[in-house]
Write a protein that binds this ligand. Structure first.
Ligand code: DCP
Length: 229
């Protein structure tokens, strides 16, 4: 393996090795999509934004909307489809040395499904099925993970953003849900309460507004592009 740090990316590619894989995680409205867009200017990065549009249109059905309108009935179906689309993203062949993904199978399980189980939204039997799928995937399919970027936010800040962006399905999302999701992200990424935290975590202050956030995003560039600062 070439030891020259600055050419490591190219060498890795020439050797046909796996891309350096980064998951971007954080609460709803924490700016994951904006963060990914910041990296569009760089060569050699594959950006995989979350397949929200697929969740909104599966053969004409808006699963995200069904899930928010009747959570007890649709949460299991929705999370099952989220897992499938996330697995497809994890598996997607990447022709570049760096792969930047919005969310992962891990946050689906440790934040969203965990919340549904703890709040009683899904039946323990439904949780058991989702959990068995998750464990089977973890035990039998290799999921590349080299770095997690955690866009850390204050619940009240993202709550205001969610109200402002007015995604129709999210109109009824209460602050308490955002607070609980925040705690689950913290438990997973900061307090390490689950066995699996698959990669080192880089924490970014994502409370800053758009005019200031670029400077904050820049701080992560060298770790993602793996160049000397
Ligand atoms: N969602 C869910 N279960 C998951 C993943 C997402 O219920 N396993 C829901 C929560 C949101 C919508 O899907 O209503 C999209 O959530 P994300 O936080 O993943 O994406 P955002 O678009 O909010 O990200 P950001 O604003 O940070 O770019």
């Amino acid at each position: 393996v070439c030891n020259i740090r600055s050419c490591h990316n190219k060498c890795a590619m020439a050797m046909n090795s796996k891309p350096f894989t980064v998951f971007v995680e954080g609460n709803i409205g924490s700016g994951k999509t904006t963060f990914l867009e910041h990296f569009r200017r760089f060569e050699d990065i594959t950006l995989l934004t979350e397949p929200v549009e697929e969740w909104r249109n599966l053969k004409g059905w808006n699963l995200l909307d069904l899930m928010y309108k009747d959570t007890a009935k649709w949460a299991m179906t929705f999370q099952s489809y989220v897992s499938l689309t996330m697995l497809e993203m994890h598996q997607r062949p990447t022709p570049t040395p760096v792969k930047l993904m919005e969310r992962s199978l891990y946050s689906a399980r440790y934040c969203f499904v965990e919340h549904m189980m703890r709040s009683g939204t899904i039946h323990p039997a439904e949780f058991a099925v989702l959990d068995e799928w998750f464990k089977f995937i973890m035990n039998h399919i290799h999921i590349d993970a080299d770095l997690i970027v955690y866009l850390k936010t204050t619940p009240s800040v993202v709550y205001e953003r969610i109200k402002k962006r007015a995604r129709s399905e999210e109109q009824c999302v209460p602050l308490s849900y955002i607070e609980e999701l925040h705690k689950l992200h913290e438990d997973w990424l900061i307090n390490r309460q689950h066995a699996e935290c698959p990669a080192p975590v880089l924490v970014i202050d994502a409370d800053l507004d758009l005019s200031q956030i670029t400077e904050e995003y820049k701080k992560s560039e060298h770790q993602i592009l793996r160049k000397a600062v």
